[in-house]
Design a protein around this ligand. Structure first.
Ligand SMILES: Cc1cc2nc3c(=O)[nH]c(=O)nc-3n(C[C@H](O)[C@H](O)[C@H](O)COP(=O)(O)OP(=O)(O)OC[C@H]3O[C@@H](n4cnc5c(N)ncnc54)[C@H](O)[C@@H]3O)c2cc1C
Length: 475
């Protein structure tokens, strides 16, 4: 016997579970299928984000930051500590608890919103009259009939050719989040968000970390003034970053991993490490979806092809999140999930790609929204820039964290804010003001005239806005 639904979502990551909740809120009879298993084989909805991505990485970043503060900064506050140590098993256990709280939270939300949850792999069987037949393969095989299908099957880590992940020595994000003891030497290939965050965790805990990056520019997508400031801070902390390298071979054995590469000058080098994290991007995941059965179109990179509104080539089939074009970010996946559910309901769901914030949760944190100075230059757009250093911010001084700055870019004629770039304490939180401002098409003068609490880090944003008009008050 098959069960019929208005909406069936395949994948329960941030794109999928949020789409399912919104569809149910809109009155649709909704199901969500997710195959992720916890260590006991039970359901673990939340996808990459909850299980091996955003949430566990932030849990470990928090633990390792506490350790770093205790070891290096508490003394400045007059706090003495003897015999500081790290219990990695306990730290990983705490991280697992945080993950489970999030898994359970999603299962609770499904119940609350009356979303039918199916634990197993969902795949297309065939198109049927007015919809699609979907098979669920799992502990309890099921057949579902869906009027509308939302594909939200996410992404998988990309492996380096010739260096398959074994999660013992050569680690994806999954293995990087459960290294059982602090490695003496850790290699990271790829200086993107994931590589820098994971490298930071284990460096803070005592590993000697070397990051190898193929591109000649550090954080090429980030405003280069901000990227340079971050590079300076990371290098000072002891993170070794080599740019412009070309990896030729990765060998792994019981003793560890050896990476042979040519450095930026072309000289042959070898890096010997105990563990190697490979974070060179992610690939869309449509494994097991049986797209051929219904003719769902994929592009040459394996992503589901969608239009601006997440419609696929098939009527009633939509796709959101990492499995489609656009930034691979949890909040982008969520926004698309909500918008698609609303479009199915005949509403005008909307995602503004120009105001999606980006955050790198290193220390200092890096966050930005909108265009970088190099993008504005390339586009020939006239702009004015204002920067304000945290060194001149009272709250940052009190926190003992004065690295970095806020930088604001505004149109030279209209003064509309075109981009805000932050490197420094709590950049991940500060960026929200800039996102709101840009959504409402604020000018830098608007931010400059808004009262900001004192002392607060947000005053640096106000001062950066004042700096656009060359009238900072505290610098
Ligand atoms: C280490 C790391 C840190 C990250 N940190 C951040 C961050 O701080 N902020 C941020 O915004 N983003 C972060 N990301 C990216 C973020 O995790 C992804 O962008 C986000 O998870 C994408 O959501 P999604 O719903 O598209 O896919 P996913 O989260 O990948 O979820 C897809 C789900 O679908 C399931 N699935 C796949 N195929 C099937 C099938 N056929 N049947 C049933 N189920 C299926 C999968 O098991 C999975 O549960 C991070 C990623 C990593 C790896």
């Amino acid at each position: 016997m098959s069960q019929s639904f208005d909406v069936v979502v395949i994948g329960g990551g941030p794109g999928g579970y949020i789409a399912a909740i919104r569809a149910a809120q809109l009155g649709f009879n909704t199901a969500c299928i997710d195959e992720w298993k916890n260590d006991k084989g039970g359901p673990a909805p939340g996808g990459t984000c909850t299980n091996v991505g955003c949430i566990p990485s932030k849990a470990l970043l928090q633990s390792s930051e506490h350790f770093e503060h205790a070891g290096h900064h508490f003394a400045d506050h007059g706090i003495g500590l003897k015999d500081l140590s790290i219990d990695v098993a306990k730290m990983l256990g705490r991280k697992n608890t945080v993950v489970k709280q999030n898994n359970d939270g999603i299962l609770y939300l499904f119940k609350k919103n009356k979303v039918a949850f199916f634990h197993g792999r969902g795949s297309f069987v065939k198109a049927v009259d007015g919809g699609y037949e979907i098979a669920v393969a799992g502990d309890k095989p099921e057949t579902l009939i869906a009027k509308n299908v939302i594909v939200a099957t996410g992404s998988n880590p990309r492996a380096l050719p010739g260096a398959a992940f074994d999660e013992e020595n050569i680690l994806s994000n999954d293995g990087a989040l459960r290294i059982p003891a602090v490695p003496k030497r850790l290699g990271v290939i790829g200086s993107g968000v994931i590589g820098l965050e994971m490298g930071s965790v284990w460096r803070r805990l005592g590993a000697e970390v070397t990051v190898l990056e193929a591109l000649p520019t550090f954080l090429g997508a980030v405003d280069q003034q901000i990227a340079k400031e971050a590079h300076k801070a990371f290098t000072k902390q002891g993170l070794k970053i080599e740019l412009g390298v070309k990896i030729s071979e990765v060998k792994s054995d019981k003793k560890g991993v050896t990476v042979a590469y040519a450095d930026a000058k072309g000289a042959v080098q070898t890096l010997a490490v105990d563990k190697l994290i490979v974070s060179i991007g992610r690939v869309a995941n449509t494994i097991g979806l049986n797209v051929e059965a219904v003719g769902l179109k994929l592009d040459e990179r394996g992503m589901v092809v969608v239009d601006d509104e997440c419609r696929t080539n098939l009527p009633g089939v939509w796709a959101v999140g990492d499995v489609v074009r656009g930034p691979m970010l949890a909040h982008k996946a969520e926004e698309e999930g909500v918008a698609v559910a609303e479009r199915i309901a005949g509403q005008h769901g909307h995602v503004n790609f120009n105001t999606i914030p980006w955050v790198i949760y290193t220390s200092p944190e890096i966050a930005w929204v909108g265009q970088t100075e190099q993008q504005l230059k390339e586009a020939g757009r006239e702009y004015r820039a204002g920067t304000f250093p945290f060194m001149a911010n009272g709250r940052a001084r009190a926190l003992g964290d004065t690295t970095g700055m806020v930088k604001m870019l505004a149109d030279a004629k209209t003064d509309e804010i075109l981009g805000v770039h932050i490197v420094g304490p709590f950049a991940s939180e500060l960026i929200a003001e800039a996102v709101v401002a840009m959504e409402f098409k604020a000018s830098s003068e608007d931010i400059a005239r808004i009262c900001h609490a004192h002392p607060s880090l947000s005053e640096a944003t106000k001062e950066a806005a004042l700096a656009v008009d060359k009238r900072t008050l505290n610098f």
